[in-house]
Design a protein around this ligand. Sequence first.
Ligand code: ATP
Length: 451
Amino acid sequence: MSSVDMETMVSLCKRRGFIFQSSEIYGGAGGCWDYGPLGVELKRNVKEAWWKAMVHDRDDVVGLDASILMNPQVWVASVHVQQFSDPLVDCKACKNRFRADNLKETKCPDCGGELTEPRMFNLMFKTFMGPVENDAAVVYLRPETAQGIFVNFQNVMSTSRRKLPLGIAQTGKSFRNEITTGNFIFRSREFEQMEMEYFVKPGTDDHWFQHWLEQRFNWYVKLGIKKDNLRLRPHAKEELAHYAKGCYDVEYLFPMGWSELEGIANRGSYDLEQHSKFSGKDLSVFEEETKERFVPYVIEPSAGVDRSVLAFLLDSYHEETVEKEKRVVLRLHPALAPIKVAVLPLSRNEKLVPLATEVHASIRGCFMTQYDDSQSIGRRYRRQDEVGTPCCVTVDFQSIEDKQVTIRDRDSLHQIRIPIETLRATLLAKLAGENFDVLPPGGSLVTGGKS
Ligand code: ATP
């Protein structure tokens, strides 16, 4: 399990500007969260790492950005209108509402009052399209991004001139009127998903299902999640949708126990068949080589951005004692760290400022940087550690003489002193994973106490 409890993480996120309660000055908005200056960077980095692995690094996947509001028939075809619901009970005394399938007791867990019979509650948010608020104008905020992909399957196939197997990837907001939200950003009512539908010829689906199980599990590991805190859990028969041939969840060992980060399913041809039936459009493909026509099967890895952000934060959290002081450090993968490099002049002395500003200007634009000259150098190091900044560059009085600066490594606390002219290339190499102690020409290892 991660070494930190949820309360400590919530408090770090608020204190350091990662995540705030939505509309906090009005007392909050149930199950909604806002990402602050560092949180938005982390979240963008998670989505970019996903997009790179799923789209840019592959020849067989393309991207899409479909609208959130769709024709309401989409949600009839996908059976969300009919079935996307949870059983609910109300307490007759305190009026609180609970998910019936989560309750062990037959009385209200809050006040012991009598509960109503369960009734089904649809999780989709409804609104109206256009100026008239009647039944004909009802539309839904999408509860998943996947349907935008299915309804564009033909558009993408014909315009991208691709053959199967073909994946279509999309990231974006989804909305679910969850009955019980909680565990910080784990379950909220407005969240972001990273979904990909991988269309394949029937008969090759088992192979591709295995491929995506491995790829998706390894994605989290490559970005730093410890293998011991991750598992692939196969769905039991009774958990599987009737059309699904197989489904696994990628689970992370959160402080509240093993919980889903991502679902990976072999959905057969169900989705395209449904949309074909409801839209009246033929969504089959013709394979030139074999002269066969068929409706593709689909493998769907469907991940949550917010849950991934939470797992990366929890798993990277470490507390240790350095020189008799507590050090909190987020050992985030450099690709995910919100700030890659901090530039820290030793002091605000006017002799140092021009060079420090120059050093900062020479690397900004290359990576996300921060210039910080307030308080003691020790405190500034701690602040950068706590938000996961991999490299701190210190400009001191000697730098004016020898045109060298010191880089400090967040994880090993090693320091190297290098010529300013090699700074940008050295930082690029370190952030790409080069051993920190490898020196550029003219560089040296700094010995002495850790800080
Ligand atoms: P759960 O069983 O936890 O409600 P689910 O099986 O309904 O999740 P999916 O429909 O498979 O979830 O959605 C795919 C992914 O979207 C999930 O693995 C999760 O990461 C994310 N997700 C779903 N619902 C929420 C939510 N309410 N808040 C945050 N992320 C969510």
